[in-house]
Write a protein that binds this ligand. Sequence first.
Ligand SMILES: [Mg+2]
Length: 293
Amino acid sequence: MARSVLIANLGARRATAGRLAALVDVFRSHGELLEVCTSGSPEEARAMAAAAVATDAPRVWVAGGDGSIHSVLPALTHASTALGVIPWGTGNILARELGIPLNWRRAVRALLRGTVRTLDAGRANGRVFCLFAGVGFDAEVVRNVSPQLKKISGRTAFIASVCVTTGRWKPFHVKLTLDGEVCDQWAWLVVVANTSAYTGVVNLPDRVRPDDGVLDTVIVRAAPKSRIIWHTAAYALLRRRLAEASRHRAREVRVETDPPVCVQVDGELCEWTPLSVAVDAGALRVVVPASGE
Ligand SMILES: [Mg+2]
């Protein structure tokens, strides 16, 4: 039987060569022998995952952040190989969504005793995602993050970018086509979400589920800036969900804006509107902790 494969992104925030050796030791101590690969780029990680799928590897473990996971998704959709997430990133949003411990040693132990769950994926202008496609404010925050500061200080870089972006950002007009139904309004932010976990601090409304065959489009409507700042701070401090945002469920979503605004997909800056998003139901197999862990 083919071995599972571990793809480690040594560029990830919590990655070091010493930590990789320790990670392999933890797997080995549980009797799990792996093919170990280190990736230097998203393309390389994707090719490694594709090679693992081609050999029917039971698992592709990815030690990295949500960007590392995002890069291997095209290889893993509709494959029997399951994705195992080792949270080495800054936000670790997918790990949070799946209830995976954020301490990587505990994560490995929990996942080796875990089970496999089937999730939906989404496609945003053809690009596979597992978390969300964000249009407007959040993509602009990603665009304004300093890579150097992100590597050094993690979330502080995002907080700094939120502050800078909030000062500059202006609402935009959006025309949404949701399974053929059109609505238009002024918005601060539109998120087409597969998961409820969003930034790790603020989450999307309840009942956004990654396994119901539907994407949830969450709209934060245009409002006075002071009000948006106040609500965002309150949600962040209280770790609540964005209950005041409106939510629409659809399998296909078209987002057109005036003016064009930038788009992030799984936290990776991708392109500009217009954006076409569709659900790919049941496309991904992921390892999750056993219930009750
Ligand atoms: Mg869903």
